[in-house]
Ligand binder design. Structure first.
Ligand code: URA
Length: 435
C-alpha cells in the first residue's frame, strides 16, 4: 500500500477501506508518512467527506494508536462528558462534581484552550498547586478512591489525534465533521469512557455554526460510540452568546465556585443541571429524567457537589485556601466596565468575538506552549434580549495593561448589536437529546 494512492482515492471521492485507513494512521503515527501527505489527505477528507463507516474506522484506528485505558475493573461504569468547545464553557467544573456527588464516578481528561475557545485545564491551573499531569496510575488510583478526576490528556492516549490535530490547526482542515467526530471520539474511547454525554455547541462561538451541521456531528458521534460498544447521548446547546457571565480562567473558576454554592448565573446553573441529569441517566443512577434532575439539584443544594469539588482539588494538589476564599485567585491589574453606548435591547453578544478578545487580553495562547495569564478576561453582565439603559455596564474587562484594555474595549463594542424592538432570548438547548 502507498500513502499517495490513498490520498488520490479520497481526492477522487471514493470510500476508503478499513485497511487503507489503518495503514495511513499507523504510518502517520510512526512518522513513516510525512506531514505533507497527511495534510493533503486531511484536505481531501474535508472536501470529499467520509461515510459513517469510514469515520468509525478512522476513530478506532486513532484510538488504537497509543495506550488505551480499561476502567471496567476500576469503577462500575465510567461516565464522561465532552463539549465541542465554546466561550465561557466552564461546565465540567460544576457538572463533574455534581455527578460524582450522586455516586457516579467521573474520570475526565480535558484539553487546553483551542483557538478562541477556553480549555478546562487552563482554568484549573488558576488554582495554585493543582496538577493536570497525573500519570495513568495516579488517574486510576484517584478514580477508584474518590470517584472524580479532572486532569490533562496523557500524550500516550490517541497520539495520532494529537499529531493530526496540530496539523489540521495550521492547514485549514479543522472544520470537517468526520475529522472532528473522530478526533473527539478517539480520545474518549482511548480514555476508557463507557458512557459519554456529548455537549455539541452550535452558533457564532462554536466550530459548528448551523443547526444541521451540529446535528450531523452529534448523530455521527453517537453512532461511533455505539459502534465502539459505548453508550452516548448528544445535546445541541447554544453558543451564539457566551455561557454564564465569566470568560477567562480564574474568573471562570470563581463563577464555577459560586455555582457550586448555589449563587451562579441562572443560564449556567440550568445548563449544568441538564448535562448532569443526562449523565446520571446514561450512567444508570436514575431511571427517569425527572429523578435525574432532582438528584442533581439536591447534590448542588445540599453542598455535596461543593465538597466533592474540594476533594478533587485537594487530591490533585491544589491549595484549598484559594477555592475557600476565591478572592485570592489571580486578579488583573486593571478592572474596568464597558458601558452600553445607547438604550435598547441587546440583539447580539457575538460569542466568538468575546472569546477572541479574552485571548488578546492573554487568557489563551497565540501559539502552542505560550504562557497564559490566568487573571485576565471578561465579565458579561447581560444576555441577548435584555433591555439596557445607556451607560449601564455590559462588560467588565480584566486586563493586564492599558494597551490591551483599549484593544478589548474596541473589539467588544463591535461584538454587540442593538435593537429598539424587543428581542427573543436565546434558548439554552435545541431540540431533544440525540441517542
Ligand atoms: N475538539 C477536538 O478534540 N477535536 C476537534 O477536531 C475539534 C474539537
Amino acid at each position: 500500500m502507498r500513502a499517495v494512492d490513498i490520498i488520490i482515492k479520497k481526492r477522487d471521492g471514493h470510500e476508503l477501506s478499513r485497511e487503507e485507513i489503518t495503514f495511513f494512521i499507523e504510518g502517520y503515527t510512526r512518522g513513516e508518512i510525512p506531514d505533507y501527505q497527511a495534510a493533503a489527505w486531511a484536505m481531501a477528507v474535508l472536501l470529499r467527506g467520509m461515510t459513517p463507516r469510514e469515520t468509525t474506522d478512522l476513530t478506532l484506528a486513532m484510538a488504537a494508536s497509543g495506550e488505551t485505558l480499561d476502567l471496567s475493573g476500576v469503577v462500575p461504569i465510567a461516565v464522561d462528558k465532552h463539549s465541542t468547545g465554546g466561550v465561557g464553557d466552564k461546565t465540567s467544573l460544576v457538572v463533574e462534581p455534581v455527578v460524582a456527588a450522586c455516586g457516579l464516578a467521573v474520570g475526565k481528561m480535558s484539553g487546553c484552550g483551542l483557538g478562541f475557545t477556553g480549555g478546562t485545564l487552563d482554568k484549573l491551573e488558576s488554582i495554585p498547586g493543582y496538577r493536570t499531569n497525573l500519570s495513568t496510575a495516579e488517574f486510576l488510583r484517584q478514580l477508584k478512591e474518590t470517584g472524580l478526576v479532572l486532569t490533562g490528556q496523557s500524550a500516550d492516549l490517541a497520539p495520532a489525534d494529537g499529531k493530526l490535530y496540530a496539523l489540521r490547526d495550521v492547514t485549514g482542515t479543522v472544520q470537517s465533521i468526520p475529522l472532528i467526530a473522530s478526533s473527539i471520539m478517539s480520545k474518549k474511547i482511548a480514555a476508557g469512557a463507557q458512557a459519554i454525554v456529548l455537549d455539541v455547541k452550535v452558533g457564532l462561538g462554536a466550530f459548528m455554526q448551523t443547526l444541521p451541521e451540529a446535528r450531523q456531528l452529534a448523530e455521527l458521534m453517537v453512532q461511533i460510540a455505539n459502534l465502539a460498544g459505548r453508550k452516548a447521548v448528544a445535546l445541541l446547546s447554544d453558543m451564539n452568546q457566551p455561557l454564564g457571565q465569566a470568560v477567562g480562567n480564574a474568573l471562570e473558576v470563581r463563577e464555577a465556585i459560586d455555582t457550586l454554592h448555589g449563587n451562579g448565573p441562572e443560564d449556567f446553573e440550568e445548563h449544568c443541571l441538564i448535562v448532569a441529569a443526562q449523565m446520571l441517566l446514561l450512567g444508570g443512577k436514575a431511571k427517569t429524567p425527572e429523578a435525574a434532575r432532582t438528584m442533581a439539584e439536591q447534590a448542588l443544594a445540599d453542598g455535596r457537589a461543593w465538597q466533592k469539588f474540594r476533594t478533587l482539588v485537594s487530591a490533585q494538589g491544589g491549595d484549598l485556601t484559594y477555592i475557600d476564599e476565591p478572592e485570592r485567585l489571580p486578579r488583573a491589574a486593571i478592572i474596568e466596565p464597558l458601558p452600553a453606548p445607547r438604550d435598547g435591547y441587546l440583539a447580539r453578544i457575538h460569542a466568538r468575538m468575546v472569546g477572541e478578545t479574552a485571548m488578546i487580553l492573554g487568557a489563551g495562547r497565540a501559539k502552542k506552549g505560550d504562557p497564559i495569564d490566568h487573571a485576565v478576561g471578561i465579565e458579561v453582565h447581560h444576555k441577548v434580549g435584555d433591555y439596557l439603559s445607556a451607560d449601564e455596564p455590559v462588560f467588565t474587562i480584566h486586563a493586564a495593561d492599558a494597551e490591551r484594555l483599549a484593544e478589548a474595549r474596541r473589539r467588544l463594542s463591535t461584538a454587540l448589536a442593538w435593537s429598539d424592538d424587543p428581542v427573543e432570548p436565546l434558548p439554552l438547548f435545541y431540540g431533544q437529546p440525540i441517542r
